[in-house]
Design a protein around this ligand. Sequence first.
Ligand code: HEC
Ligand code: HEC
Ligand code: HEC
Ligand code: HEC
Ligand code: HEC
Ligand code: HEC
Ligand code: HEC
Ligand code: HEC
Ligand code: HEC
Ligand code: HEC
Ligand code: HEC
Ligand code: HEC
Length: 288
Amino acid sequence: MKNHATMLRVIFVSTVLTVMLAVCAYAADRPMLSSADCIKCHYSQPADIAANGGAHKTSVTCQDCHTGHRPAIKNNIPQCSQCHTDKSHYKLANCLRCHTNPHTPKIIKLANNITDECLTCHTQQIAKLRQVPSKHSKLACSFCHNVHGKKPLCTQCHKPHSADITATECKKCHDAHMPTAVYMTPDTPNKMCAACHKRPYELLSKSEAKHKDVLCVTCHKDKHKFIPACTSCHGVPHPASMMARFTKCGECHNIAHNLNHWDPVTPKTSAKAAPVPVPKKLKHHKKK
Ligand code: HEC
Ligand code: HEC
Ligand code: HEC
Ligand code: HEC
Ligand code: HEC
Ligand code: HEC
Ligand code: HEC
Ligand code: HEC
Ligand code: HEC
Ligand code: HEC
Ligand code: HEC
Ligand code: HEC
C-alpha cells in the first residue's frame, strides 16, 4: 500500500515537471505579447480608449482585461464582475446594455424604460414620486432623463400656463417629482397667478388700498389654495364690543383684493368710539 502511494506521488511530480518544461519552451519560443503590441493589429479599441477610456485608460491596461490571446486562450473577454464588485449597481444584469462599449465606459446609452437601475444610485426622487402619486409616478425615469445627467425642461412636454411664465420658472410652484403638490415660493410674482386667477389679479391691481403692494403669495402662502385669516396679520384691531356686533371683517372692509376705500376725512377715533357699519355707497368709492 505504502509503495503504491509513493509510486503515484513520483508519477504526479514528474508529470508536473514535464508540463512546466513544455510551457517554458513554448514561452521561450514566442515573444510575450505586451499591451503596446495590440495596436499593431487592433485599431478601433486603442483609439476608443485613447479618446474616451476614462479610468479604463488610466487605471487598467488592455491585458488587465484581456489575459492571453487566441489561439492559445480561446476566451480572453473579461466579465465586468472580475473587477467591479460590492456595490448594488455592479449586480445589475448585462452591463453593456448601458455601457455599450467597455473601451468608452462613461459613454452611456439609456433605453426609455429604465427606473429600477437608476435606484442603485439615486433614491430621493423615487421617494417623492411615491409619496405624492401623480401621472409622473407612472413614467420611467429615463422617459424624461433620456441622457444621463440631463434635466429636461418642463416645456419640452407641457405648455406654460401663460406667456408670463418661462420654462425655468415652473419650479417656483412645482417639483418635477411631485408635480401635483403645488407650493408657492415666497417671491412668486402676481402675474403668474393671473394665468388662472384673472379676477383677483385685476381687482388687486386696480385697488388703491395698501394690499395692492402685498404679493398674492404673502397672503396665500406655502401651499396652493391656502386662505389666510385677516387676523393672522392684523390681530383684532377694533374693540371687542364692535367685533361682537360685526363678526366678519368683510362686513365693513369688503374683500382682501378690493378693500373699501375709507373717506380720508373720517377720523380714525370715530370708527373706534362709535362703531358704525360702513354705508354701502362707500364701497368702491373712487378717489378723484
Ligand atoms: C498579430 C496581430 C495581433 C496582435 C498583436 C493582437 N491581436 Fe488580438 N486578435 C488578432 C486577430 C487576428 C484576432 C481575431 C481572432 C479570431 O477571430 O479568431 C484577434 C482577436 C482578439 C480579441 C477578440 C477575441 C474574441 O474572442 O473575440 C481580443 C479581445 C483581442 N484580440 C485582444 C488583443 C489584445 C488585448 C492584444 C494586445 C495584448 C492583441 N489582441 C494583440 C490579432 C492580433
Ligand atoms: C476594462 C476592461 C477592458 C480593457 C481595459 C480593454 N478591453 Fe477590450 N474588451 C473588453 C470587453 C468586456 C470586450 C467585449 C465587448 C463586447 O462583448 O461587446 C472587449 C472587446 C475587445 C475586442 C474584441 C472586439 C470588440 O470590440 O468586441 C478587442 C479586439 C479588444 N477588446 C481589444 C482591446 C485592446 C487592444 C485594448 C487596449 C487598448 C482593450 N481591449 C482594453 C474589455 C476591455
Ligand atoms: C480588469 C479590471 C476591470 C474590468 C474587467 C472592468 N473594469 Fe471598469 N474599471 C476598472 C477600474 C480599476 C476602474 C477605476 C476605479 C473604479 O472606478 O472602480 C474602472 C472604472 C470603470 C468605470 C468608470 C470610468 C471612469 O472613467 O470613471 C466604468 C463605467 C466601468 N469601469 C465600467 C465597466 C464595465 C461596464 C465593465 C465590463 C464591460 C468593466 N468596467 C470591466 C477595472 C475594470
Ligand atoms: C441601466 C443602465 C446601466 C446599467 C445596466 C449599468 N450601468 Fe453602470 N452606470 C450607469 C450610469 C447612468 C452611471 C453613472 C455615470 C456617471 O456617473 O456619469 C454608471 C456608472 C458606473 C460606474 C462608475 C461609477 C460608480 O459608481 O462606480 C461603474 C464602475 C459602473 N457603472 C459599472 C457597471 C457595471 C459593472 C454594470 C453591470 C453589472 C453596470 N454598470 C450596469 C448606468 C448603467
Ligand atoms: C452608478 C451610479 C448612477 C446611476 C446608475 C445613475 N446615476 Fe444619475 N448620477 C450619478 C452621479 C454620480 C451623478 C452626478 C452627481 C450628482 O449630481 O448627484 C448623477 C447625476 C444625475 C443627474 C443630474 C443631477 C443634477 O443635479 O444635475 C440626473 C438627472 C440623473 N443623474 C439621473 C439619473 C437617471 C434617470 C438614472 C437612471 C437612468 C441614473 N441617473 C442612473 C450616478 C448615477
Ligand atoms: C416627468 C419627467 C421626470 C421623471 C419621470 C423623472 N424626472 Fe428627474 N427630473 C425631471 C426634471 C424636469 C428635473 C429638473 C428639476 C429642476 O430643474 O429643478 C429632474 C431632476 C432630477 C435630478 C436632479 C436632482 C433633483 O432632484 O432635482 C435627478 C437626480 C433626477 N431627476 C433623477 C430622477 C430619477 C432617478 C427618476 C426616476 C425614479 C426621475 N428623475 C424621474 C423630470 C423627471
Ligand atoms: C418628457 C416629458 C415630460 C416632462 C419633461 C415633464 N412632464 Fe409633466 N407630464 C408628462 C406626462 C406624459 C404627463 C401625463 C399626461 C397625461 O396623462 O395627461 C404629465 C403630467 C403632468 C402633470 C399632471 C399630473 C397629474 O397627476 O395630474 C403635471 C402637474 C406636470 N406634468 C407638471 C410638470 C412639470 C412642472 C414639469 C417640469 C418640472 C414636467 N411636468 C415635466 C410628461 C412630462
Ligand atoms: C404660480 C404657480 C405656478 C407656476 C409658476 C406654474 N404652475 Fe403649473 N400649475 C399650478 C397650479 C396651481 C396647478 C394646479 C391647477 C389645478 O389644481 O387644477 C398647476 C397645474 C399644472 C399642470 C397640470 C394641469 C394642466 O394645466 O395641464 C401642468 C402640466 C403644469 N401645471 C405645468 C406647468 C409648467 C410647464 C410650468 C412652467 C412653464 C408651470 N406649470 C408653472 C401652478 C403653477
Ligand atoms: C394652472 C392654474 C393655476 C395657477 C397658476 C394658480 N392657481 Fe390657484 N387655483 C387653481 C384652481 C383650478 C383652483 C381651484 C378652483 C376652485 O376650487 O374653484 C385654485 C384655487 C385657488 C385658491 C382657493 C380658492 C377657493 O375658492 O378656495 C387660492 C387661494 C388660489 N388658488 C391662489 C393662487 C395663487 C396665490 C396663485 C399664484 C401663486 C395661484 N393660485 C396659481 C388654478 C391655478
Ligand atoms: C399676509 C398679511 C395680511 C393679511 C392676511 C391681511 N392683510 Fe390687511 N394689510 C396687510 C398689510 C401688509 C397692509 C399694509 C399695512 C401698511 O402699509 O401700513 C394691510 C393693510 C390693511 C388695511 C388698510 C388699507 C389701507 O389702504 O390703508 C386694511 C383695512 C386691511 N389690511 C384689512 C384686511 C382685511 C379685512 C383682511 C382680511 C380680508 C386682511 N387685511 C388680510 C397684510 C395683510
Ligand atoms: C363695523 C365695521 C368694521 C369691521 C367689522 C371691521 N373693521 Fe376694520 N376698520 C373699520 C373702520 C371704520 C376703520 C377705520 C378706517 C380708517 O381709519 O380710515 C378700520 C380700520 C382697519 C384697519 C386699518 C387700521 C389702521 O391703523 O390703518 C385694519 C387693518 C382693519 N380695520 C382690519 C380689520 C380686521 C382684520 C377686521 C376683522 C377682524 C376688521 N377690520 C373689522 C371698520 C371695521
Ligand atoms: C392681503 C392678503 C391677500 C392678497 C395680497 C391676496 N389675497 Fe387672495 N384672498 C385673501 C383672502 C383673505 C381671501 C378670502 C376672501 C376674503 O375674505 O377676501 C382671498 C381669496 C382668494 C381667492 C378665492 C376667492 C376669489 O376671490 O376668487 C383666490 C382665487 C385668491 N384669493 C387669489 C389671489 C390672487 C391671485 C392674488 C394676487 C393677485 C391674491 N389672492 C392676493 C387674501 C389675499
